[in-house]
Write a protein that binds this ligand. Structure first.
Ligand code: KG4
Ligand code: ZN
Length: 353
């Protein structure tokens, strides 16, 4: 089966073709991404209408770049990200998917963007390792039940994946997502968008113990998160430093902030492991590119539950891409989970469970 996927939920316009071989392996035949990050950097964050305009300008040239036949020959199904995300941005991809499905007379699958991030781990189990962790080098598929820490620009969730397509939401952020906190704190520090990689880079030269920022809700007893207060703590620290010479360098603030986020994410994940006894743990979403987070979670799991394997996507697949959407679509297509191209609508709040 060969699936063509379209992803346009935020600021990456992405298309991909994934093929499942008769012996069950997956091949990413095409994976093209046009990032708009530079465009949005001027505004300090993603502007939905600007993102939509860029998606509309880029989608057809990227489709052309894939080299797919004009009548869709060779493609068995189409998959498109239907949500969650920014409505004007999502709509461009959804309308393209619907139009191609109608014109090519192919079945259409609506994919949840978060489910796509989860499936990036399955893509990584067959792709060549690139900077992956040793524990994942065996390249085994996750086994169920699998606990998933999903950390992106819009979401921070702990999800129990019981089987393909079966999820239970265990906890989520009550305000800002982890990636959003990285982006907002980067802005406060005068670093550019997207803030996650900038903070991580600055933090390499900083002292993570320089400032005792809070570890929000670490002891709350539940599996929810909250990062708005941590961002405010950084702002208050910076305002307090105004007027006098700031006694800590940007690098120290970045390192202390990053450590607070990582401690919180890892602490809650360990609690979820304790409660749900998963066979595997997955770390996915844009923030999963963070090296400190990967290493700290890996060490914490190795210490407390050495029999549980950590699965992370290859670095090239942590951010938004359409290969993960195609693979999710392929699994859904095999279960016959198609949608009606005449009625499908983008849903900014689409839920996994
Ligand atoms: O999953 P993603 O590409 O898009 C959404 O679905 O939101 O995640 C983007 C987020 C941004 O907030 C970005 O700052 C963050 O991932 N990010 C990182 C790193 N690389 C990207 N955060 C921390 N450390 C990184 N190395
Ligand atoms: Zn994403």
């Amino acid at each position: 089966m060969r699936v063509l996927a379209i992803e346009s939920s935020c600021d990456e316009t992405a298309l991909a073709v994934v093929f499942q071989t008769p012996d069950g392996r997956f091949l990413v035949e095409q994976n093209v991404i046009a990032s708009q990050a530079q465009t949005h950097a001027k505004f300090g964050g993603v502007v939905p209408e600007v993102a939509a305009r860029e998606h509309a300008a880029l989608a057809l040239p990227l489709l052309h770049q894939l080299g797919v036949a004009h009548d869709g020959q060779g493609i068995d199904a189409l998959a498109v990200t239907a949500g969650p995300g920014l409505v004007p941005a999502l709509r461009v991809g959804v309308e393209l998917g619907k139009t191609l499905a109608w014109a090519w007379k192919k079945p259409l699958v609506a994919v949840n963007h978060l489910e796509g991030h989860i499936y990036s781990v399955w893509l990584s189990t067959f792709q060549a390792p690139s900077g992956a962790l040793d524990r994942t080098e065996e390249r085994l598929d996750p086994t169920f039940p699998a606990l998933c820490l999903l950390v992106s620009g819009g979401h921070t969730e702990l999800i129990l994946m019981k089987d393909h397509g079966r999820y239970e939401l265990l906890g989520m952020t009550r305000d800002d997502a982890a990636g959003e906190a990285f982006d907002k704190v980067a802005k406060l520090l005068g670093l550019s968008y997207p803030g996650g990689p900038e903070i991580a880079k600055a933090a390499e030269q900083g002292n993570r113990a320089a400032i005792a920022f809070p570890r929000p809700m670490l002891d709350s007893g539940d599996l929810d998160f909250s990062f708005a207060g941590l961002k405010t703590a950084v702002r208050v620290y910076l305002e307090g430093a105004k007027g006098r010479k700031r006694d800590k360098r940007t690098e120290d603030i970045a390192a202390s902030f990053q450590q607070a986020v990582v401690d919180t994410l890892v602490g809650k994940t360990l609690r979820a492991v304790d409660r749900t006894h998963p066979h595997s743990v997955m770390l996915v979403g844009g923030v999963s590119a963070n090296r400190l987070l990967r290493e700290t979670l890996k060490e914490a799991l190795a210490t407390s539950v050495p029999e549980v394997m950590l699965h992370v996507p290859d670095l090239a697949l942590t951010g938004d891409n359409a290969a993960m959407i195609a693979l999710t679509g392929l699994y859904k297509a095999k279960r016959g989970e198609f949608c009606d191209p005449l009625t499908l609508q983008a849903d900014p709040h689409l839920r996994l469970a």
